[in-house]
Structure formats: structure tokens, C-alpha cells
Ligand binder design. Structure first.
Ligand SMILES: [Zn+2]
Length: 492
């Protein structure tokens, strides 16, 4: 498939005339302004929905283009004043097989960006960079997802990376906040007065007046919209932890946020962040006459969102091993079984890969436990585990193998023939290319309980520095997990 089929024509061709054709066919249009505006808006929209999948990095400008994987953080935010405008992502990659140049990356970027870069998967094959659409599963553009993106507040997107960086502790606190990336980005924009408030739009001559649409009394800057407007101020007054702050008269939103930080109470900044974000969201919904929660629901919603986020991002305490419902099954007689699994360690921003290769009597041929950098998504860590498992099997010299994992999506995508254009798809393709070199293989899905040794190996990676391999045995601390599988075999 030619790469342009991936994208709507207007992006592939660029240029005003092709935009015109894309939207309206060949019939000649009058030059009415609103048409042009909507075309330009749509073009901007489509460009904002595209991201680079890093291959060799040769085509991707480090500055100003979408190439990171996080929602709300697709572009580099570090100031990079010393970096030439045409510096390419390829300059951050070295070695063979290619890896991220961690030292260089750490010296150039702020920690927030460093984490986001190191989690981008690289392929061992020579790969060109390619654009993909990040709102669909397979990375292909669809009209439906384009429309969805258009419905999102187009202005609530990525901050300009060209902005001067201010080494203020406030920024550090924003990036450290335990809230989703999109909320950090929102706060950052609010502090830089780059939210599309009425006064901001008025300054840019987009609206005829700067006055708040809610109270119609004062000019609406971000401080007014999120803190001072009477309707909003009433919401804050319902939260006792903010009552002291309400007695102050901050000069600006960043001034207010500094006060929030100074109060030093647990998670106050996070509560402030999520509540502000919900208030801003409501304000936008109301402006567009779309349904929104009443003001009275904002605090309970903020509370629920915060607990939800903390629950997802906090390590679960290890539970007592439950008797497995699905047991590990040995491969058929002339095959080896390769189980793999991935784990995510949120607190250290790393992940783990675990692989175990066994023969048809359940005896271990080899095991691997590897740490990877970056806080990957579940899907990505499972794909990385699959790729590592196949490579490990080849390294060990296994040519007849049943590969088994507990992530259904990954197994399904490994069996699919149509390409996936996302960075996740790159890892899946790598895996498929290697699979093709294995004489005899099959792929299967099992439950977590049938994959417990690989799972334990992946979890164990949090303790190691890079990776560890054991031949014909498992590390002593997970022997009991292996014995569990073996005892199940003996019973049958
Ligand atoms: Zn107001």
C-alpha cells in the first residue's frame, strides 16, 4: 500500500487547491470566507491528528512535530534553545540494533520529555519513519475519527513547543502532578495565558468583547474563568481545603497556583488541577450549548476522577496466589512452548518483560527477565514482550515453538495480515518478520493463571538493571510458581 492511502488527500498533497478538491470535488466554488476558514480548520485538524511513527528518525524534526505517544503530549515541550531547528529524531538514536541515546536525551530534554521519548519502541529492522493517524486502532485515517477529533475542543490541544521555557518550580510541580497528561498540559497553558478565554480571543481580535459570558461583568482571563467568576468561586467555596486560598487576591493564575503549592497539603495541587480542568470543560460545553454537569457536581466529579487516577497509577499490593483456574499446558511432543508476559511499574516509570521456554515435559529450557524504560501502555508492553519472546527463542535456537501470551489483542494482531501503522504496529511487524524465520510455530492465548511463570518473570524485572537469562532453570525466588505448574501436570 502506498503511504498516501493512509491519509486523506488534502494532507498527502498539501496545497490549497487540493484541499478544495478534497472537500468539494471539481465544481468551482465561490471564494466565500467561511468555506476557506473551514477548510483551513480541517487541514489543521488533520495535521493535529497525525503523528510520526519513529523508524530511523531521519525525517522527523525534533521540534514542533508530533512524535511522542502520550495523549496531550505528542510534542517536545523542553525549550531546546541550543538545538538547530532542523535537528532530527535520528540524532537521538545510536548503535546496532538501534537504541535511544539515553545520555544525550537526558542532557537535552526535561524529565517529562525524557520519559516520553524513552518509551517509544525502536525496530531492529531498517525502517523509514511514517505518519499515522493516532485516533484509530490501526493508524489509518477514517472520516469518523476525523469528525470525532473535530468535535473535541480543537484549541485544547498541544502547547506550542517554541515557547520560552521558564525554570520556575511551578512548572516542575505541574509536570510532577499526579493527574493525567492532558490536565498537566491544560494547567501549563492556563499559566501561560494561552487558553482561549474571552480576553485572550479579544486581544487576538477574534471576539468583539472580552467579557465573561457567565457573569457578563468582568473581563475573562484564565484567573477569572477558573477562580474569580462568581459561579466558579461558589464551587471552590464548597471545598473547605480551599477556603484559606479564597481569602487571597492573586494577581494571576500562576500566582494563585504558587499559593496552592505553598499550602503543602496532601494532593491539594491535584485537587486544584482536576477541579479547574472540569470547570474549564464545563465552561466550554456551556458556551457551545452542549450538556454539562451542574456546578454542584464539579467537586464530587473531581474527587472521583482523582481517586480513579490514583488507583490506576498506584502499585497494587501483591496478593496471595490464588489457585489458578486455567493451568499451563505443555506443548505437543516435538514442540517447545514459549510463554511471555509484560508488567508495568508506574512508580519507577519502567516495565518488565518475562519469557519462559519449556519442553513437553514441563522442563525449563531457558528463562528471561528484562527491564524496559518508559511507562508503556498495557498493549505496548505486551507487544514488546511478544517481540522479545520470539527473539529469545531464536537466540536459544528453538525452531519449533508454540508462543503463548495472556493478552488477547496482541495474539490477534500477530495473526492478522493487514498492517497496523501505529508505533505498537511497528513492534507487531517486527515480531511477525521474526516469526517468519521460525520453522514451525503457532500462537495461542491463555489466561493469566496459565501464564504465571512468565508473569512472575516480568514482575521480577523491577529488581534487575537490564536483563537476566537463566538456562535450564528459573530464578530461585520463583521456583514455587514453576512447581505450581508442574504439580498441575502431575495431577492430570
Ligand atoms: Zn464571570
Amino acid at each position: 500500500m502506498a503511504s498516501h492511502e493512509l491519509l486523506p488527500r488534502l494532507v498527502a498533497n498539501g496545497g490549497q487547491s487540493s484541499c478544495h478538491d478534497y472537500y468539494f470535488g471539481d465544481q468551482s466554488m465561490s471564494s466565500e470566507l467561511h468555506w476557506r476558514l473551514s477548510i483551513l480548520k480541517a487541514k489543521g485538524l488533520i495535521l493535529s491528528g497525525l503523528s510520526w511513527r519513529v523508524g530511523d528518525g531521519a525525517q522527523i524534526p525534533i521540534k514542533g512535530s508530533n512524535w511522542l505517544l502520550e495523549e496531550g503530549h505528542r510534542r517536545i515541550l523542553s525549550p531546546l534553545t541550543n538545538l538547530p531547528v532542523d535537528a532530527r529524531v535520528g540524532e537521538l538514536i545510536h548503535g546496532s540494533p538501534p537504541t535511544w541515546n539515553i545520555h544525550k536525551i537526558q542532557s537535552l530534554f526535561l524529565p517529562y520529555d525524557v520519559d516520553a521519548i524513552l518509551k517509544i519502541p525502536l525496530s531492529g529492522r531498517q525502517q523509514e519513519d511514517r505518519l499515522y493517524w493516532f485516533d484509530t486502532q490501526n493508524g489509518k485515517y477514517s472520516v469518523r475519527s476525523g469528525y470525532k477529533l473535530l468535535c473535541k475542543d480543537a484549541r485544547a490541544h498541544i502547547p506550542e513547543s517554541s515557547r520560552q521555557w521558564d525554570p520556575d518550580p511551578l512548572w516542575k510541580r505541574i509536570w510532577r502532578a499526579r493527574v493525567p497528561a492532558k490536565i498537566k498540559t491544560f494547567l501549563w497553558r492556563a499559566c501561560h495565558d494561552s487558553l482561549p478565554t474571552k480576553s485572550g480571543l479579544f486581544k487576538r481580535q477574534v471576539t468583539s468583547n472580552p467579557f465573561c459570558d457567565t457573569c457578563r461583568e468582568q473581563s475573562e482571563d484564565s484567573l477569572h474563568a477558573l477562580w474569580n467568576c462568581p459561579a466558579v468561586s461558589q464551587v471552590w467555596s464548597l471545598a473547605p481545603e480551599f477556603s484559606d486560598l479564597q481569602k487571597l487576591a492573586p494577581m494571576s493564575l500562576s500566582d494563585l497556583m504558587r499559593q496552592v503549592i505553598q499550602s503543602n497539603s496532601n494532593l491539594l495541587f491535584e485537587k486544584f488541577a482536576i477541579t479547574s480542568w472540569l470547570l474549564w470543560h464545563k465552561r466550554n460545553q456551556d458556551r457551545l450549548r452542549l450538556p454539562s454537569d451542574p456546578h454542584s457536581q464539579i467537586l464530587p466529579r473531581a474527587h472521583a476522577l482523582l481517586s480513579e487516577y490514583l488507583a490506576v497509577t498506584t502499585e497494587n499490593k501483591p496478593q496471595k496466589p490464588q489457585p489458578p483456574q486455567v493451568r499451563w499446558k505443555p506443548p505437543s511432543s516435538n514442540l517447545f512452548k514459549v510463554n511471555f508476559d509484560g508488567a508495568i511499574f508506574r512508580d519507577s516509570n519502567t516495565g518488565g518483560l518475562g519469557v519462559v521456554i519449556r519442553d513437553n515435559t514441563g522442563m525449563v529450557i531457558a528463562t528471561l527477565s528484562q527491564k524496559v524504560t518508559g511507562n508503556h501502555t498495557v498493549e505496548m508492553i505486551e507487544a514488546l514482550a511478544a517481540r522479545r519472546a520470539i527473539r529469545f527463542a531464536m537466540e536459544v535456537g528453538v525452531t519449533n515453538a508454540e508462543f503463548e501470551g495472556d493478552a488477547e489483542t496482541v495474539i490477534r494482531d500477530l495473526c492478522r495480515t493487514d498492517p497496523i501503522y501505529t508505533p505498537y504496529g511497528l513492534v507487531i511487524e517486527d515480531a511477525k518478520v521474526m516469526l517468519a524465520e521460525i520453522q514451525n510455530f503457532s500462537l495461542s492465548h491463555t489466561r493469566r493463571s496459565g501464564n504465571s511463570v512468565a508473569h512472575a518473570l516480568a514482575r521480577r524485572a523491577s529488581k534487575c538493571n537490564s536483563y537476566l537469562v537463566w538456562m535450564e532453570e528459573v530464578p530461585p525466588d520463583i521456583t514455587h510458581v514453576l512447581l505450581n505448574d508442574l504439580s498441575a501436570l502431575a495431577v492430570e
